[in-house]
Design a protein around this ligand. Structure first.
Ligand code: SF4
Length: 473
């Protein structure tokens, strides 16, 4: 499962805003590893530098030195294969002259196709196949006079998930969709302000956390200070996977540090699925905290059975077949001395298609593990995501096709236990009704015919440009 994207914005006349954005994107690298970009403005002109690659590969001292100004926004992108290309990198600049905006987006717009057709017929030109450009052109098409009302006009027409950093020549805007599907927080730095997907980005640049940007809220930051334009939302639907997997464990979302929340998921698994075993391990790194939680609650010793190559980034060099056949060994190397003859509990964050887990079990067994007991923090994923997470179609989701005992047999484990939805909510320790859990329950927060929309997109004639809404941002 892949995360969607990381966004960041800063208004700080006393700072090197491009450099701050670079380090914030560096901290948000886990949210997207395919491309990175920064846009800045000096009040007269918007500039952008964005390329394919990791943050550290994209920028140099030279490129940063050309990004001058008092305001900057930045973006890390993850995309599905088809849309991983240079003209879809973000931030993007849209508009003309003083009406130009720079935009960075985390999320997925479900009605992007419909809006695209409408805007195209009105004469709007599109350079990318991303729904981010649809958002930007929708804002520009608004009959309203000022930027806040233009943005609000667009928000009333957009359906889906969006956390946005938008910049004009004089103002930075942080915007969150009315459901609050993706996180976005506000911080302060040296007389200025920042917006970021996660609070860990604030820690890395020495900014202090102020608060979350509320679902439906527009925050405008300029020389006049900070203005908030809230709007009541009827339902909240923060993606529960931010707590399970996406966000960094040192981030705080809704006042809850993720690390102890993940430990509590492991503890919950130990309560719901106890087993006699010799050793507990969390799959590195995403389930490390949950493994610790399982160990503490079960009193079974914690150990490391798989080592992860922590320096592996996303690479554009495809492995040859021989290396591909090695499967997870590219990523994980077992420690036979720790595993031989042991009854092992393996805590992992989720099983989506069920392609990786059998390989992990195989690697552990080859290393001499006597029993493998899989414990999974996410309840069975039975429905696809329409809000920017590259998951799978319903047919590809293993829990949509098989029962839990069938999955246990398929992955080759001795036992398998998924944390219950109630156990997950107890671990997160926040009200159930603020979350989207549609991939477990099928209860999507949007009152639209999602399956029908998805079907319509999938049946578009081959050879047409990439349909919106099927790509991740
Ligand atoms: S469907 Fe699942 S992955 Fe998608 S936003 Fe909802 S909880 Fe997150």
């Amino acid at each position: 499962m892949r995360e969607s994207c990381g966004v960041f914005g800063v208004y700080a006349p006393n700072e090197d805003v491009a450099r701050l954005t670079f380090f914030a994107l560096f901290a948000l690298q886990h949210r997207g590893q395919e491309s990175a970009g920064i846009a800045t403005t000096d009040g007269k002109k918007l500039r952008v530098y964005a390329k394919m690659g990791l943050v550290s590969q994209v920028f140099s001292e030279d490129s940063l030195s050309q990004l001058t100004g008092d305001i900057a926004i930045g973006h890390n992108r993850y995309s599905t294969r088809g849309s991983s290309r240079i003209n879809n990198v973000q931030p993007i600049l849209v508009g003309k002259g003083s009406g130009t905006i720079a935009i960075a987006h985390n999320g997925n717009i479900i009605n992007a196709e419909h809006l695209y057709r409408e805007l195209y017929e009105q004469g709007y030109i599109f350079r990318t196949s991303s729904d981010t450009e649809v958002i930007a052109n929708l804002i520009l098409s608004s009959p309203e006079e000022d930027w806040v009302n233009k943005i609000r006009y667009a928000m009333h027409r957009l359906q889906g998930a969006y956390s946005l950093a938008i910049m004009t020549n004089h103002t930075l805007y942080g915007i969150r969709d009315p459901f609050g599907v993706r996180p976005l927080c506000l911080g302060a730095i040296n007389g200025g302000y920042v917006v970021a997907s996660e609070s860990c980005a604030l820690d890395h640049i020495g900014a202090s956390f102020i608060r979350e940007i509320e679902p439906g809220e527009i925050v405008a930051i300029s020389e006049n200070g900070i203005d908030s334009y809230p709007e009541e939302s009827s339902r909240r639907a923060l993606c529960i996977f931010e707590y399970i997997y996406f966000a960094r464990p040192d981030s705080i979302i809704n006042g809850r540090l993720l690390y102890p929340a993940r430990q509590a998921m492991g503890a919950g698994l130990a309560e719901e699925y106890p087993v006699d075993a010799d050793l507990v391990m969390g799959t590195p790194d995403s389930a490390t905290a949950a493994g610790i939680g399982y160990s503490h609650r079960s009193k079974i010793p914690l150990g490391e059975g798989l080592l992860k190559n922590r320096y592996v980034g996303r690479t554009f060099i495809e492995p040859d077949q021989r290396i591909r056949d090695l499967g997870v060994k590219l990523k994980f190397n077992p420690l036979p001395q720790m595993l031989a003859g042991k009854r092992l509990v393996v805590v992992d964050d989720s099983i989506v298609r069920g392609t990786t887990t059998p390989q992990v079990v195989k690697v552990l067994r080859r290393a001499g593990t006597k029993e493998v007991h899989m414990r999974i923090c996410a309840p069975p994923i039975r429905y696809p995501c329409f809000f920017g997470v590259d998951m799978a179609t319903r047919q590809e989701l293993i829990a949509a096709q098989k029962t839990v005992p069938e999955i246990r047999d398929f992955i080759g484990a001795d036992s398998l236990g998924y944390l219950s939805i109630d156990g997950l909510i107890k671990a997160v320790a926040l009200p159930k009704d603020i979350f989207c859990m549609a991939c477990f329950t099928g209860d999507y927060p949007l009152p639209v015919q999602l399956e029908m929309d998805k079907l319509a997109l999938e049946t578009m004639p081959v050879g047409q440009r990439e349909p919106f809404g099927t790509k991740q941002r």
